[in-house]
Design a protein around this ligand. Structure first.
Ligand code: AMP
Length: 214
């Protein structure tokens, strides 16, 4: 089961990817999480990515493509994986297609979670992310059991700098210009499925399960 999650920042890709990953016992690979881990650990990759991320811009393709191509060939990916936040540009999608072809694999589904821009900005201001394990909550739609504390690891929950309204507007512009064209790309390869992301988390998950026949 090889799945790519598409959708604007804040559409709920990460939350749904986590639920699918749990259900199929396959890894949830989030490039944003990989960069944030690298920043936390003070790596060279983290230092290169940070400036772009803080401004809400995309990290250059060359810093992300090889990293993902390596990751999907690790042992835990034999039964499949869910890519969340990658690809984000047409060159990244092409790099993924080529890498998959070279290892005799192909994507099963590209799932686009659709949420209008108006909803995104208000959603993002309520989003809280764990500084320990990167789990994502929402103060209204998906609150943790104890305010400010991660259910999974007990870490502290914060509003990420790049989830602040001024950066979110830039991330949305970047999404429309560079990432939205992937919807037509995956329509063209026949794997695209669209789900209505304005519904409850449970209903979105039910719709995704319908798509993947689970
Ligand atoms: P995310 O958590 O997926 O919203 O990613 C946070 C930030 O990491 C993005 O705004 C980008 O700066 C960077 N990033 C994550 N994935 C990619 C990617 N595939 N290509 C370029 N930049 C990325």
């Amino acid at each position: 089961m090889k799945i790519v999650m598409l959708g604007a920042p804040g559409a709920g890709k990460g939350t749904q990817a986590d639920m699918i990953a749990d259900m199929f016992s396959i890894p949830h690979i989030s490039t944003g999480d990989i960069f944030r881990e690298n920043i936390k650990n003070g790596t060279e990759l983290g230092a290169k990515a940070k400036g772009y991320m803080d401004k809400g811009e995309l990290v250059p393709d060359e810093l992300v493509c090889d990293l993902v191509v390596d990751r999907i060939q690790q042992d835990d990916c034999v039964k499949g994986y869910i890519l969340d936040g990658f690809p984000r540009t047409i060159p990244q999608a092409n790099a993924l297609e080529e890498a998959l072809k070279a290892i005799g694999q192909k994507l099963d589904y590209a799932i686009d979670i659709e949420v209008p821009d108006e909803n995104i900005i208000s959603r993002m201001s309520g989003r809280r992310s764990c500084t320990g394990c990167n789990a994502v909550y929402h103060v209204v739609y998906n609150p943790p059991k104890t305010e400010g504390i991660c259910d999974k690891c007990g870490g502290k929950l914060v509003l990420r700098d790049d989830d602040k309204p001024e950066t979110v507007k830039n991330r949305l512009n970047v999404y429309h210009e560079q990432t939205q064209p992937l919807i037509d790309f995956y329509k063209g390869t026949g794997v695209l499925h669209e789900v209505d992301g304005t519904q409850t988390m449970e209903k979105v998950f039910a719709d995704i399960k319908n798509v993947i026949g689970a």
